[in-house]
Design a protein around this ligand. Structure first.
Ligand code: IPM
Ligand code: MG
Length: 376
C-alpha cells in the first residue's frame, strides 16, 4: 500500500492560495496519499495577532513529515508596525519574516534552488541552462543579529577590538544601524558538502563558490577555506570560485558554464533571482529548504497581492516545488511523472500563463499538467 504522509499545508498570502490549490490537484493526480494539515501563516496573522508565524503553526510543522508553503507578503518594519491591529500597536511586536524564521527554527540549512531551462520555454534566456543553487539558509547576513541603535557597550567593545569602528562611533547612536554577517565553519562546510554530494549524485562536473573574499576577508575567507577542505573530499568534482558581482555578469554571459553554485545566505538570495530569470522568471523558480529531518518546499516568488484570488499567476513553480517535496519524501517515480508532464506541456506551448505570453489561467495550467500526466 502507498505510504500516507502528513504534509503541512501553508498557502500564506496573496497568490499563495491560488498556486497551492493548483499544486494540490497535481499531487492528487499522481496519486500521492497524504493528510494535508492547513497552517496559518502570513500577513493576516501579523495584523491580527502580532505574529505572522503563530505557535499553533510551529506545532503543525513539528508534527508533520514535510511542508509545502505558498507565498508571503513581507514589508519593512515601519509599514508592518502601522498595519498592526490598533489594540496591538506599541506593545513591542516586531515583524520578522516567517520564512526566514522557519528556516532558522528548524535548521533547514540547505536552500536548494534548481534553475533548469525547460526546452522551448519562450521565457528562457537561453536553451540548455541547468544550474542548481545551494544557498546557506540559516546564518550569514540574514542571521538576524542586527542593532538599531547599537548598544553603547557593543559599540565600545567593537571599537576596542577593531579600530575601524571609530569612524562609525563618531555618529550619534540613534543614527547608526548594524547588521552582522556571522558565519560558522559548521555552517559553511555543511552547505558546501551538500553541493558536492549533489554534484556527485547528478554527475555535475564542477561546483562554484560565489563569495567576495577580497573584501569580506574574514567571513569570505572562512568560506573559501571550507570550500578547499570539502572539495578535497570530492576529487572527482572540480571546483571554482567567483565574486558575487562578477558572477552576476558571468552568469548572464556564459550561463552554460555553471552547474552547481554554493553561496552564503544573501549572496545565494541574489543569484537565485538572477538564475531564476535565466530560466523563465519566478513562475519557474522553486526551492527546497532542507534540514536533516524536516524540509519546507516553496515557490520562490512573492505573494503578488495585485493578482491575489484572480486565478492568474503561473502555478508551475509551486507544482515543481511539490514535485521536489515528494522526491525528498522518496516518491521518485511520481516526481518524475510531474517533471515530465511539465516539460511536455511547456514544450508543446499550448497552455501558457500571462507571464509566458498567453492567457491560460492558474487552474487551467494545473489541468494542463494533469492532462499531460494522464496522456503518458
Ligand atoms: C527568498 C525570498 C526570501 C529571502 C524573503 C521573502 C525573506 O527572497 O526566499 O529568496 O530573502 O530568503
Ligand atoms: Mg529571494
Amino acid at each position: 500500500m502507498a505510504k500516507k504522509y502528513r504534509i503541512a499545508w501553508l498557502p500564506g498570502d496573496g497568490v499563495g492560495v491560488d498556486v497551492m490549490d493548483a499544486a494540490r490537484k497535481v499531487l492528487d493526480a499522481v496519486g500521492v496519499t497524504a493528510d494535508y494539515v492547513p497552517g496559518d501563516i502570513g500577513w493576516e496573522f501579523w495584523r491580527k495577532e502580532g505574529n505572522p508565524l503563530p505557535e499553533r503553526t510551529i506545532k503543525i510543522l513539528k508534527e508533520t513529515d514535510v511542508a509545502l508553503f505558498g507565498a508571503i507578503t513581507s514589508k519593512n518594519k515601519e509599514v508592518a508596525a502601522r498595519e498592526l491591529a490598533p489594540e496591538l500597536q506599541g506593545k513591542g511586536h516586531v515583524y520578522t519574516s516567517p520564512v526566514v524564521a522557519m528556516r532558522q527554527m528548524f535548521d533547514l540549512y540547505s536552500c536548494v534552488r534548481p534553475c533548469k531551462a525547460f526546452p522551448k520555454n519562450p521565457l528562457n534566456y537561453r536553451e540548455g541552462i541547468d544550474i542548481t543553487i545551494f544557498r546557506e539558509n540559516t546564518e550569514g547576513l540574514y542571521g538576524g543579529v542586527e542593532f538599531f541603535p547599537i548598544p553603547e557597550e557593543v559599540r565600545n567593545a567593537i571599537e576596542k577590538n577593531n579600530k575601524k569602528m571609530a569612524r562609525f562611533n563618531k555618529f550619534p547612536a540613534a543614527d547608526v544601524a548594524m547588521s552582522t554577517r556571522i558565519m560558522t565553519r559548521t555552517g559553511c562546510e555543511r552547505i558546501i558538502r551538500k553541493a558536492f554530494e549533489f554534484a556527485v549524485a547528478n554527475k555535475k562536473p564542477e561546483v562554484t563558490l560565489v563569495e567576495k573574499p577580497n573584501v569580506l576577508r574574514e567571513t569570505g575567507g572562512l568560506m573559501v577555506d571550507c570550500m578547499k577542505k570539502v572539495a578535497s573530499e570530492f576529487p572527482a568534482v572540480a571546483w571554482g570560485e567567483g565574486n558575487i558581482d562578477a558572477m552576476c555578469m558571468w552568469l548572464l554571459k556564459n550561463p552554460d558554464r555553471y552547474h552547481v553554485l554554493v553561496a552564503e545566505n544573501m549572496f545565494g538570495d541574489i543569484i537565485s533571482d538572477l538564475c531564476a530569470q535565466l530560466v523563465g522568471g519566478l513562475g519557474f523558480a522553486y526551492s527546497g529548504n532542507i534540514g536533516e529531518k524536516y524540509a519546507i518546499f516553496e515557490p520562490t516568488h512573492g505573494s503578488a497581492p495585485k493578482y491575489a484570488g484572480q486565478n492568474k499567476v503561473n502555478p508551475l513553480a509551486t507544482i515543481l516545488a511539490a514535485m521536489m517535496m515528494i522526491e525528498w519524501l522518496g516518491e521518485k517515480d511520481k516526481a518524475r511523472i510531474i517533471y515530465e508532464a511539465v516539460s511536455k506541456l511547456v514544450a508543446e506551448g499550448k497552455a501558457r500563463t500571462y507571464d509566458m505570453g498567453g492567457n491560460t489561467t492558474t487552474s487551467e495550467m494545473a489541468d494542463a499538467v494533469i492532462a499531460a500526466i494522464r496522456s503518458r
